[in-house]
Design a protein around this ligand. Structure first.
Ligand code: PDD
Length: 278
């Protein structure tokens, strides 16, 4: 596998990350996971914008330019002969002193790799389980794709222990937030509902596209605080992420959703609209 690191294409086995990199020492990093369709990164500008916003929050020095990052991604795809792939761009604060002081760090570490897409999903939909871990509303970190994903890792592991594919994370106010790697939507009486931007969620790019596609198709979308009971009483539930696109949910906490015949009609419609658009 050929990867990109700090301006060079290298073989993945050859590259050694410094143990003094603050990404490794403290999880001081950011990432984007993107999907390539026919060799083109879907919504690259949106991913880079989200990355830039997060870098400002973390007070980072200037990132490499968009053109440089996009060239890096394209060369990785080309050198690995991948057209439809999952592409991971990771930046860390770089090498510094072994203390959590970013001022001791030099230049950012920038890495890109691409992988074939994961196997397709069970057509009948995913099982989701509500986990104990909450999205912390007082932390700005829930809004960014920080390289410290320990909360998400714990949430996913808890969901797996409960026999589910994905976790449902509530926020510290007890309202619905998101999955460990996905945003969440419900369908009730022909309307689509999704937690708003202040619910302790990552502002997913797929989420935004789904909102726009649904509205353009005349399907009403409510973006607001969502109570967990609403999910339990939903006609349909689906999740979204760049890699998995639109994922129907078959069961929540062991109970089937709607008539138990996931995917529901609106979920199928949204998944189809997304497919045509991407
Ligand atoms: N995850 N919420 C969380 C916590 C996520 O990690 C992700 C994406 C999303 C969906 O965001 P988007 O639609 O922009 O992909 C929501 C990526 C795919 C990952 O885990 O690598």
């Amino acid at each position: 596998m050929i990867i990109y690191v700090n301006g060079r294409l290298v073989s993945a086995g050859e590259y050694v990350l410094s143990p003094l990199d603050h990404g490794f020492l403290y999880g001081h990093g950011l990432f984007e996971t993107m999907r390539a369709y026919n060799g083109r990164i879907f919504r690259l500008e949106d991913h880079l914008q989200r990355l830039e916003t997060a870098a400002v929050l973390l007070n980072w020095p200037e990132l490499p330019g968009r053109l440089e990052l996009s060239d890096a991604i394209n060369s990785v795809l080309k050198h690995n002969d991948l057209c439809n792939a999952s592409v991971r761009l990771t930046l860390s604060r770089g090498i510094g002193a072994p203390r959590p002081d970013a001022a001791s760090c030099g230049q950012l570490t920038v890495a890109v790799f691409a992988l074939p897409l994961p196997p397709s999903l069970p057509a009948e939909g995913w099982r989701v389980a509500t986990v104990k871990l909450r999205r912390n509303l007082s932390s700005p970190l829930v809004r960014i794709k920080s390289a410290n994903y320990l909360d998400n890792i714990l949430a996913k592991a808890e969901a797996k222990r409960l026999g589910a594919h994905e976790a449902l994370m509530l926020n510290t106010d007890g309202m619905v937030a998101e999955g460990s790697m996905s945003n969440i939507f419900l369908v009730k009486s022909g309307r689509i509902v999704t937690p708003d931007d202040d619910s302790g969620i990552l502002l997913g790019i797929t989420r935004q596209i789904v909102i726009e596609l649904a509205r353009n198709a005349g399907i009403p979308v409510d973006i607001r605080q969502v109570k967990p009971e609403e999910l339990a009483g939903a006609d349909e539930i689906f999740l979204t992420s760049s890699i998995m696109e639109v994922i129907p949910v078959a069961a929540l906490d062991g109970r089937p959703i709607g008539d138990g015949l996931a995917p529901g009609l609106l979920t199928l419609k949204i998944a189809q609209l997304y497919r045509e658009f991407a």
